[in-house]
Design a protein around this ligand. Sequence first.
Ligand code: PLP
Length: 372
Amino acid sequence: MKPTVKPQSPNFSSGPCAKRPGYSLANLPTDILGRSHRSTLGKSRLTKAIVDTKRILGIPADYHVGIVPASDTGAFEMAMWNMLGARPIDIFSWESFGEGWATDIVKQLKLPEVRHIQAPYGELPDLAQWNPKHDIVFTWNGTTSGVKVPNGDWIPADREGLTLCDATSAVFAMDMPWDKLDVVTYSWQKVLGGEGAHGMLVLSPRAVARLQSYKPAWPLPKIFRMVKGGELMAEIFEGSTINTPSMIANEDYLDALAWADSIGGLPELIRRSNANLAAFEQFVAKTPWIHFLAKDAACRSNTSVCFSLDATPEQVKKIVKLLDAEGVAYDIGSYKDAPPGLRFWCGATVCTADIEAVLPWLEWAYAEVTKA
Ligand SMILES: Cc1ncc(COP(=O)(O)O)c(C=O)c1O
C-alpha cells in the first residue's frame, strides 16, 4: 500500500545538508550585507563565528580556528600544502574523499615518503598500522561509505607526527578527541546545514609549531598562505579572512550555531544524530533486503548512512527516482564513485520523525520496483 504520510522535509542530501528545523532566510540579519568584511561590524560577525564554534565544539583554548576559502576542500588543501613534506606520511583511506587527499599528496605534491593504507567501501583500514613518528592524513567520517573512525584511542598523546583529519561530516555530530588532532577541517555546508562557501581550519599548538618551523619547497598561492616572516598570521584566526568571504553565508552559519545553542549544544546534536541512526538500525533489523554498507556497527556513521540493497543498480536508480518524484526523499542515491545503493544524511538538522516517515515509502518503492 502506498503510504500517505510524507516527511515534513524530504531533504536527505549529504551536502549541502538539510537546513535546521524552523529555518527561514528571512530570519537572517541583513545589516552586514553591502558592508566591508573588514569593518568593525563585519569583523565582529566573523569573530563571533570563530568564538562560538570554539565554545560549542569544546575546542581547547590554545587551538587556532580560522575561516578560510573554498569550503572543506580549501581548508584541507591549505593544511596539506603548508605542512606536509617535513616527515614521512601515512595516508589512510576507505572511500573517495580520502582517496582524493592521497592523489594530491602522491601526484600533485609528489611527496616521496608515503605509505597509503586502504580499505574497500564498507570497511575501515587497520589504523594501528600508523607509525606515530609519521604524519597521518585521514578522514574522520567517510561520507561516501558511511564508515567512521570510532574513537581516537589509537592516537598516542606523545606522537611525533601531526594528525591531519578531514572531519567535515563528523564535527557537530560525533565526539572529536581534540587533544589527539592537530589539524581538523570542516565546511559550513555539512552537519549544521550551512551554506557552501567557506572552510574551517582548526590547528593545535603542534600544528602551529610546524607552520613556524617548516617551509615547504613549493610555492604557495596567496589563498593558502598563513605564515609571514616565519610567524603564523594570527589575524586569520581572529576573523580577518585572507580574502573576501560571503557575509550572508556567515550569517547563515551564525544562525545554525545559535540554533545549536538553543537545543542544548553539542550533546543534543550528537543525541539527535544517534537517534536518527537508531531509527535506521531498527528498520534494517526487520527488513531483509536492505543492509548497512558499514560492516562493523562501531564504525557506522551517524551522519552519512549508506546502504546496499538486494536489487540491481537499475532498480536502485528507479527507487531513487520514484521517491524523488513523490517528493518524499531527495538526493538519496549513493555517491558516484561508491557501490550502487542509497545514502541518507541523518545529522542533527534531520528530524527523527522524518526518517520514520520515509521508511514506509522506502518499503513501498522497493516493492514497486522489484515486483515481477
Ligand atoms: C569527507 C569529505 N571531505 C571533503 C568533502 C568536500 O567538501 P567541500 O565540498 O565542502 O569542499 C566532502 C563533501 O562531501 C566530504 O564529505
